[in-house]
Design a protein around this ligand. Structure first.
Ligand SMILES: [Zn+2]
Length: 207
């Protein structure tokens, strides 16, 4: 099972690299494994991971298995898993379009595209705090109960799902959404959906 989870992380890390969602050494991926977490190591490049760059930690952040140091954002991943028993995989990236919104302090909260209203409702923006800090965990984690995807001010984006494919699809949809929103600004501004239209989409979601 551990090996299967590691190969999933390597496979989707590589895809994230190919799509330029995880430039250089930025970002980190993790998977829930029983009462522990498999997470990429500090300083690893998600697009080019080796098996020894994925380590096992417990829910206190202690290294259980592996030679390398776990990602410095391990506490953020731990908190997401703690709050959301339905989530088994987490992807944190500094993808360029989502990070543009994060750096401009603009949440993706307008109902511009029907599909994204359906998938995300909105993507809120967490206040800035130093990467790896307890404050960053506090600022970001307060959105995890209600949202699967959060922008992190002056930093990047985090999402989670029950499967790694779903987590990756959320990243792909969110990054593409961010790109569309930027393009609509170039084209003079999006015509946002009205309340009755978004309500119809929300009903579809509940049904
Ligand atoms: Zn980061």
């Amino acid at each position: 099972m551990l090996n299967k989870l590691k190969s999933e992380i390597i496979e989707y890390g590589r895809l994230a690299g190919l799509k330029n969602y995880t430039p250089g050494y930025s970002g980190n991926l993790s998977a829930r494994y029983q009462d522990k977490i498999l997470i990429t190591s500090s300083g690893s490049a998600n697009g080019y991971l080796n098996e020894d760059e994925i380590v096992l930690i417990d829910f206190e952040g202690n290294l259980i298995e592996g030679e390398k140091k776990p990602s410095s954002e391990k506490l953020l991943h731990i908190e997401f898993y703690k709050q959301r028993p339905d989530i088994n995989y987490i992807i944190h990236v500094h993808s360029p379009y989502l990070s543009s919104f994060a750096c401009a302090h603009i949440p993706l909260d307008e109902p511009v595209m029907a599909e994204n209203v359906f998938y995300f409702g909105q993507i809120p923006l967490a206040d800035y705090a130093m990467p790896s800090s307890a404050e960053l965990v506090r600022n970001t984690a307060k959105y995890f109960k209600e949202y699967d995807a959060v922008l992190m001010a002056n930093h990047g984006f985090i999402t989670g799902a029950s499967t790694i494919k779903d987590a990756f699809m959320k990243l792909e949809l969110a990054e593409s959404y961010a790109k569309v929103v930027i393009n609509t600004k170039i084209l003079g501004g999006a015509k946002v959906l009205n309340n009755s239209e978004t309500e119809k989409i929300n009903l579809l979601k509940r049904g």
